[in-house]
Design a binder for this molecule. Sequence first.
Ligand SMILES: [Zn+2]
Length: 331
Amino acid sequence: MVTNLSKNIVGTVKRNLWTGGIRDLIIDSHCDVLLKLWEKPGRSFYNSPDLRVNYQKWINNSVKVQCFAIFIPEHVPSSEQYNVALKMVDIFYENIVHPYPEIKHITCKQDILDLKHNEKGAVLTLEGCHPIGEDLVKLKTLIRLGVRAVGLTWNQANAVCDGIGEERGAGLSSFGVEVVHVLNSHMIWTDVSHLSYKGFWDTMKIAHYPMASHSNAYSLTPHPRNLRDLQVKELIHRNAYIGVTYVADFLRANGEASIYDVIDHIQYIVSLGGENSVGLGSDFDGTESIIKYLYDYQDYDSFVQLLKRTLSPSLYENVTHENFIRAFPQK
Ligand SMILES: [Zn+2]
């Protein structure tokens, strides 16, 4: 169910605040450019050509709001992981938000609604709880620093839950239950992308604000990172957001995917009832599994034109931004 109230809020935005000639308003729920910037400190967010998301590409495209994930790679020793997470928070502020007056840090739904026509929004997220170890203070600190969506795992196990790549396939630990309760009480999204199957269902039982930032439909492409129909339907039932991702291996079994496969996955989720759930979560700078015609930010505009030609006007609006805004937990 989508309330009239939330529909009206979004409608008001478009009428009053996002005017100024920009008609295509993309919200992208996942990228890993913070990782790329941390890996190579000399890289410039302003214009490094090897970044698929950078300022120069962003300022010229239709992306209105971008989520920036903190992701700590496996090779970082566990004793260092939280420090690295804090470094990525610092990179988010120092390299992305602070240098550019037109980039606004988004911490609640109203921040998105308040964006002016020339402004862009940046949301800080966490991909995998391994950097918090077993310490809820670390989680709460990251939330206080601005994190608004928390992926419980990456592919492997951590103290919270098993990831989808962990053979054991265990669900939420007792600590993981506490983590989700903290996310609930702070009105933070619980991101189920990467979770084990059992972890997904354990999480859905207790999470107040579930979402999947970058996952596709398993029925179309049977990759373990994708969501089974029952999972998609449960997320839809919960009015949760699902960001379709442009990872070739998640879009097509032979890995030879293009923007047309992105549309297929969107339409498949819609066929399960997901017109008020489905959105876009690129995974730019987080994967080498590249698709045709959508390599980076510079290709967004042609992709948007294809979306516009293919989807009904209301579905187009839902997919590109309305579903994300509607689901954003913090008012
Ligand atoms: Zn990921």
